[in-house]
Design a protein around this ligand. Structure first.
Ligand SMILES: *Cc1c(COP(=O)(O)O)cnc(C)c1O
Length: 418
């Protein structure tokens, strides 16, 4: 569900015409819908009413300060995976005790920063990380709250690049290993065991893998309890999928009900880390057709947004729906929608049935609210696009288009090269 619909033949976000924004800001730009974000947060939170839980938005999906501030206002916390994300979360007003810190490569500085911020817990991904966190907490005269990220070895049946809970993945610690690490952690001076965690992958379209993972964690929790390791939090990660084309993922209500059922009455506070399901369909990328190029093999629609703006098609071969900003009837074409970048992987759509697009037309690349702007880069020295948020009949600029000056501001030319 989203709020991007045609009104009088023009694609709108809520009550704002996307073309109107394009005329004021130029293209490309990201546009997010506040009404959609609100609905998605409610859709996730309402089924959890009455369940002791904390939802920690996985901010790598969308780390705009304004969107994080919105999440904070909704009572959500954050799942962070770097010092930069922790910095953003705090700046946006997310309380430290609602922040969980995941990721296999936490640096010493990042660990110190998170200890100072008083986070809810570190999700530990390796034996060595546990030792380092114990040592850093000792240095700072604190106790670091931890959970172990368990790799439950279940197949999430998603794209291999976003599958994270199988034994050949770099994430988490396997079940037997987790047991051993909890017992070590129990004797560590500066570690406080608070929870257990798993996150098996992203863009999951079935509940089964979530249920299987929860069942394995449940068995582990029982074993731990019998050895005197008591927990407060059960973190089930994120990963619920969305519809890009014709996927039929469980809705948040079905997902939450299935998890609550699988977990049963453990007496633990449930932690969720949804990202994509909250923001994915709440955003689009708007771009203008620069050229139409007919070759012997194909028709190419060349647009002013590329893989530096939206990496998902190049990285995962992902499908994003394409809609013209002005409704077009009649003739259709089959074409690749490609960007200006000097890479053959720079495409937004392949062999797609499209309206008869011509130079000057504008299109919206749909479902771009998650892993869109956060993956944007300056490749080919292209400036990052602006992000706007629509609420009702108004839109607000969340981040400005970068300037050429922004591209070089951190650089220096030492005399020695002259
Ligand atoms: C990426 C990630 C998430 C969010 O995944 P979505 O598929 O966007 O819900 C949650 N937790 C961890 C640890 C992650 O790495």
């Amino acid at each position: 569900m989203h709020d991007f619909d045609y009104k009088h033949g023009k694609l709108h976000c809520a009550d704002v015409s996307l073309k109107g924004i394009a005329h004021e800001l130029g293209t490309p730009f990201y546009c997010y819908s506040l009404p959609t974000l609100k609905r998605h947060v409610r859709a996730f939170e309402d089924p959890l009413a009455g369940v002791d839980h904390q939802t920690c938005f996985a901010m790598k999906a969308n780390s705009s300060l304004a969107i994080l501030a919105f999440m904070a206002g909704q009572g959500l916390g954050a799942d962070v995976v770097s010092g930069g994300e922790l910095y953003r979360a705090i700046k946006a007003g997310i309380p430290g005790n609602k922040i969980v810190y995941s990721g296999v490569g936490k640096t010493t500085d990042e660990i110190d920063m998170a200890i100072h911020a008083g986070i809810m817990m570190f999700n530990i991904e390796s034996e060595q990380e546990l030792e380092v966190i114990n040592a850093r907490a000792g240095k700072l005269g604190k106790k670091a709250p931890i959970s172990i990220r368990v790799n439950p070895d279940v197949d999430p049946k998603t794209h291999p690049y976003i599958s994270t809970g199988m034994k050949n993945n770099k994430f988490g610690i396997d079940i037997e290993g987790s047991m051993a690490q909890y017992l070590r952690a129990k004797n560590m001076e500066n570690i406080e065991i608070v929870g257990i965690d798993c996150h098996i992958g992203s863009q999951l379209t079935e509940v089964r893998p979530f249920i299987d993972a929860a069942a394995r964690l449940k068995a582990l929790i029982a074993n731990l309890a019998s050895l005197g390791v008591e927990l407060r939090y059960l973190d089930l990660g994120g990963g619920l999928g969305i519809t890009y084309l014709d996927e039929e993922p469980p809705n948040p209500k079905e997902y939450c009900a299935a998890i609550i059922d699988a977990v049963g009455n453990l007496g633990l506070k449930l932690i969720f880390e949804p990202g994509r399901v909250i923001v994915g369909n709440a955003g689009v990328l708007v771009t203008e057709v620069l050229y139409r190029k007919e070759t012997a093999a194909k028709t190419f629609i060349i647009v002013d947004a590329g893989m530096n703006d939206l990496l998902r098609p190049a990285l995962y071969g992902s499908y994003h729906d394409i809609k013209p900003l002005e409704e077009k009837n009649g003739e259709t074409i089959k074409a690749d929608v490609v960007g200006p970048i000097c890479e053959s992987s720079d495409f937004l759509a392949k062999d797609r049935d499209l309206p008869n697009l011509i130079r000057g037309d504008m299109i919206a690349v749909m479902s771009a609210g998650a892993y869109g702007f956060t993956m944007a880069s300056n490749y080919n020295s292209r400036t990052k696009p602006p992000e706007v948020l629509v609420d009702g009949a108004e839109y607000y600029v969340l981040s400005k288009r970068q300037t050429y000056e922004d591209l070089i501001v951190a650089e220096n030319i030492p005399e020695t090269v002259r």
